[in-house]
Design a protein around this ligand. Structure first.
Ligand SMILES: [Zn+2]
Length: 194
């Protein structure tokens, strides 16, 4: 977006139990991209299914958060209105929308309509864009590698160690996506050396 001369700000959510390394990675990537502002929004009481416990969320991944994208994108719309931004971009890919109903394009179209009805400027409403929504996780990795994203700054592990654990769902999914994309993962290589 910056190459296309958009003014870009980034928004990260710190919810219950999110890996500290993931927040640091978001900050590093925002710095590397040279965004105008990187806002950290804290939601310490918002929990993933595995942190809530119980059997209510059977069949959903442990990383499921009830109402996640309704909450995240409503806050993003508030932030957008605050700074005068006209477009919210989300990085959901095709694999995400299979697992989570609130990552499907139809959900975002409906949310966009609701936000338009409630915003100050209904004639110039904020739009939600999902540029990666038709791509698999592997093709997103290929795109990142091809466009010079500093892959060493990224973080996929759900544990909060100094290095990726290469055993959790986040790590396994990352490793599979890099393999399918035929892209060497600099973090995996570093892990093998040590
Ligand atoms: Zn891991």
């Amino acid at each position: 977006m910056q190459k296309e001369r958009f003014e870009v700000s980034a928004l990260t959510f710190e919810y219950f139990g999110v890996a500290r390394k993931e927040l640091e990675a978001a900050a590093s990537l925002a710095r590397a991209a040279g965004v105008d502002e990187h806002r950290l929004f804290r939601l310490p009481d918002l929990r993933e299914a595995e942190d809530i416990g119980g059997s209510r969320f059977g069949g959903m991944p442990g990383t499921y958060i009830p109402g996640r994208n309704g909450i995240f994108y409503s806050i993003a719309a508030s932030y957008a209105e605050e700074i005068g931004a006209g477009l919210i971009l989300g990085g959901h890919n095709r694999d995400d929308r299979r697992a989570f109903k609130d990552a499907r394009p139809v959900f975002f179209r409906s949310l966009e309509r609701a936000l338009r009805l409630g915003s100050r400027s209904s004639r110039d409403p904020v739009r939600i864009g999902l540029p990666l929504s038709k791509m698999t996780k592997a093709s997103v990795v290929g795109l990142a590698a091809g466009t010079g994203v500093p892959l060493t700054l990224t973080w996929s592990c759900h544990s909060d160690g100094q290095e990726h654990c290469w055993a959790c769902e986040g790590c396994v999914s990352r490793e599979g996506a890099f393999r399918k994309a035929g892209v060497r993962d600099p973090l995996r290589e570093a892990g093998k050396i040590t």
